[in-house]
Write a protein that binds this ligand. Structure first.
Ligand code: F1P
Length: 360
């Protein structure tokens, strides 16, 4: 399924489909130069880690912070850059300085640059940047940068940069936590992810052609919550649809009022929370909701309750599967946008980088 460059969404389409190959290239680049080892030697381990970003990069931060704690046993939080700028006292007041990790595909976003300046110049805290671009302002301000250069995109909407920067940070977490088994599993993901991706575009295209929805909700818990937020953002950005993200079990506490056949409720089912999350899935189905389910392995009840089921069948640990969970949401946003007559390469009102004037 190749698209000519002039077709609407051609860049985004190619970038979504390139992901497994891109992940492989990213790991090769990181390993060849011992990039992760260099970062590890440069930044001593600290008891508190703070992952910072804007938009998609903030959702990477959420998934990376959860992964970091799992891999290293250390405390890790995620915040949008704006919160650090407006409420620094809430985030930097611990007994020991935290280690900030500043995530930005472009390395140009105003808020992340202001955070870097504030931490490096005013607070004298060394920052690690994570980016898909070189020769940009963030690398000049930060102490060091972890590069995922093969993942940069032409599109405004971030797809492979989300999954690749997340995988890069997980690989770094595996170095800090000395989790060699996990590090190896991450490097097996590209081949296994390709098998997940191959049948998905045609299935998703067919489904979005057949069905339209007034509303979208994305549900997940723990390390998958950031991925659910990212899926929500993809559907909003590419298809200008109303979309929200919730913790799966929180959905019972009010949000379930939106359940109807015209609302597509996507469940990213974890292995750890499988039973409890599946119960919410069943409840939503009983209420007449339409469901899209992404899970590593389904059981009979999940199969019956899923209108659209994506089984990943990945032979890697639970936290190494996060990037693969992002694929269905990207394709849902892409094909829904095309169906609604939008060009996913040119999302309405958005620019590739948010650059604010001084007043901003
Ligand atoms: C992040 C970001 C994107 C968003 C938009 C503007 O930029 O907020 O997530 O889709 O196009 O930029 P970056 O700091 O990662 O470059």
């Amino acid at each position: 399924m190749t698209t000519a460059p002039s077709t609407p969404g051609a860049h985004t389409h190619a970038e979504i489909l390139s992901q497994p190959a891109c992940w492989k290239e990213c790991f090769q680049a990181l390993d060849e130069k011992d990039h992760l080892g260099q970062v590890y030697r440069r930044f001593p381990t600290r008891s508190d880690w703070l992952f910072v970003g804007c938009g998609t990069s903030y959702y990477i931060a959420l998934a990376a912070a959860a992964s970091w704690t799992k891999l290293t046993g250390l405390r890790a939080r995620a915040v949008p850059a704006s919160d650090l700028l407006l409420f620094p006292g809430l985030l930097l007041s611990g007994p020991e300085p935290c280690q900030p990790v500043l995530i930005s595909r472009s390395g140009h976003t105003s808020e992340i640059l202001k955070v870097a300046e504030y931490l490096e110049l005013k607070e004298n805290i060394r920052t690690l940047a994570v980016s898909c671009a070189t020769h940009q302002p963030l690398e000049e301000i930060s102490t060091a940068t972890l590069y995922l250069l093969p993942a940069d995109e032409q599109s405004t909407v971030m797809t492979r940069s989300f999954t690749s920067m997340l995988l890069g940070l997980q690989a770094l977490g595996a170095v800090y936590g000395q989790q060699t088994g996990f590090a190896e599993a991450l490097r097996r993901l590209p081949d296994q992810g390709q098998k997940v991706l191959d049948p998905l575009p045609s299935r998703m295209q067919e489904y979005t052609q057949a069905r339209g929805f007034a509303d979208y909700a994305f549900l997940a818990q723990g390390p998958l919550f950031g991925v659910a937020n990212e899926a929500m953002l993809k559907v909003k950005e590419m298809s200008c649809s109303y979309a929200q993200a919730f913790h799966t079990l929180e959905f019972r506490h009010g949000p379930k009022a939106i359940v109807s056949a015209d609302t597509l409720i996507t469940f990213l089912l974890s292995e750890t929370g499988f039973e409890a999350e599946s119960e919410v899935l069943q409840e939503v189905k009983d209420l007449g909701g339409t469901t899209l389910v992404v899970t590593n392995v389904a059981d009979g009840a999940v199969r019956r309750a899923a209108d659209f089921l994506v089984e990943l069948n990945l032979d890697v640990p639970e936290y190494a599967r996060l990037a693969a969970y992002a694929l269905p949401g990207q394709l849902l946003g892409y094909f829904t946008g095309l169906k609604k007559g939008f060009d996913p390469d040119r999302p309405r009102n958005l620019s590739r980088v948010v650059i604010l004037n001084d007043k901003g």
